[in-house]
Design a protein around this ligand. Sequence first.
Ligand code: NAD
Length: 257
Amino acid sequence: MGRLQGKSAVITGGSRGIGAATARLFVKEGAGVVIADILEEDGKLLADELKAAGGKTEFVRCDVTKSDEVKNIMTTAVRSFGKLDILFNNAGITQEPTDIANCSEETYDRVMSINTKGCFLGIKHAVPEMLKTGGGSIINTGSTMSVVAIPYASAYCVSKHAVVGLTRLAALDYADKGIRVNVILPGVVDTPIHHQFGQEISPEELEANMKELLSRQPISRMISPDEISPMVLFLASDESCMCTGGIYPVDGGWTTI
Ligand code: NAD
């Protein structure tokens, strides 16, 4: 029997990267999965691939900054799979490297809105559905930058620090109601996020940026998304029944320094 047999999950930012790797693993372990993302083509392709292999899944377009769209993914999970047990609050973006004085307000607001408010809205709309069946598990995606700072990443760093605060608060709000809330802190993971800053940077800048990031990670190679998803699976499953409010680095040792 799969480790998530009979469970129902929503994964935001599920069309690619860490979210897609987790969707594959969740479906393999028996869960019904709603893949939610703004990237429709990739999300639909993934859902079709998983369905063709016998999995229970569907793609729903959702911008995590829009409350009604976030509510819709939770009700879709209930309609399709009968209930909601798991939310992986994973959608996120990064920012172009810049110091605070040169970070535009637009960049700051956009990063905070997706990375932090998106998690808030996920919790807000998942909880009522989870309470109907006695509980569930919510996993938020933070970052090593949730607990350490690096220069030129103010909006991202603040947004991911806030995700830890939100995780702790939500864990306390719902500990006696059967809902567990934890946060994972990935290190440098090999996904398209490193190429998309909202504004173009040169290949030289990109290379320097990646070198700088990897120099901070003692296991100094890129992490595969498939090396992150097993931690999400553990936190989603009943194996982690006594874990809530916890911070789980999967970071090649970065946060030991
Ligand atoms: P990714 O870019 O491959 O995946 C992010 C996904 O989020 C994409 O599918 C994107 O379309 C989606 N997304 C962006 N804005 C959205 C919105 N408004 N509504 C819905 N979906 C939206 O990158 P990834 O590395 O897989 O990122 C997943 C999470 O992991 C993010 O929260 C990111 O901050 C975090 N993270 C990544 C790394 C890394 O090195 N890749 C490190 C630490 C944390």
